[in-house]
Design a protein around this ligand. Sequence first.
Ligand code: IPM
Ligand code: MG
Length: 358
Amino acid sequence: MSKKNILILPGDEVGPEITTEVIKILDFFNESKMTNISYEFGDIGGASLDKYNKPITDETLERARKSDAVLLASVGTPKYDNNVRELKPEHGLLVLRKYLNLFINIRPIFVFNTLLDYSSIKSDLINDLDIVIIRELIGDVYFGEPRGFKDVNGDRVGYNTMLYSESEVQRITKFAIDISIKRNKRITSIDKANVLECSQLWRQTVDRMMNDHNDINLEHMYVDNAAMQIIKNPKQFDVILTPNLFGDILSDAASMLTGSIGLLPSASLSDSTGMFEPIHGSAPDIAGQGIVNPIAMILSLGMMFEYTFNRQDLSKLIKKSVDDVLQSGCFTKDLSKDDFITTSEMGDKVLERIKKLC
Ligand code: IPM
Ligand code: MG
């Protein structure tokens, strides 16, 4: 493998703890010459606010752009909850997504069969579950202008703009089509077209794109119904194509099918680069206690190998090792309240398994 360089952003709260575990694996791959990836660190979110009074600096953005991929742990800390928007930790993440043009967000929802009984959903509804959520990541009400606060007849108002252009919908739909062709040729597109113009444009654009793909089974679903269907019968879905805001909400809901949000990775892609991060947030309530589950972060490393470095061998190796460790009955506290191993023990177990399988 030719020499690559990645930027690691540990971020806030549990972020540094899960980063430590992923680095153990990366170091092993490098030491055993399976990869040649140098890495440097940067700050984002509260960690960046602490040092620079900004949730991300221009220098970090530039380093992210120059690297072959970005590995990010988690962003957000209550310390800065009352800051104005531009000075909130999460703003750093949104600026970075936009700066790198990461319009594609891939959130695979799969169940490790050992964990069937850990989900709050009956096991026959989720065994062998394998869904992928394709979330548009840099448009919608997250970024729409105008936005802000104003005074209307003496009443303070907060407002945002939900907005999509045809070209934005087209490029994410194209990606969903390509993925669905490699899978089961089934797409469920999410909107709220019974109420919102933005969703009507979304639906019309998806329909037009699908005219050339009669072999793909497309269904449109209102977001409220989708939230219900994901819980009621998750296996009806294969590829879920969704705007930014609805995707944010549905992916948290879908993650619960799998037993713990601490298990799921994600990839955010542009046409030329990628950022990889767990779906879960910074979990301030458990930070610093050595109990966070590092698996979502470890699997995010796997997604980096799959999508940016075309090393399916390594992504499969990582996933298989995680599966084996879970099968051996080792769980972090999110999955097993009374009998659990620590974050770092989990990292060591996965690494040990990787070494055995190599
Ligand atoms: C996510 C997160 C982010 C989002 C936050 C941290 C800005 O919830 O990646 O799902 O809303 O996109
Ligand atoms: Mg979210």
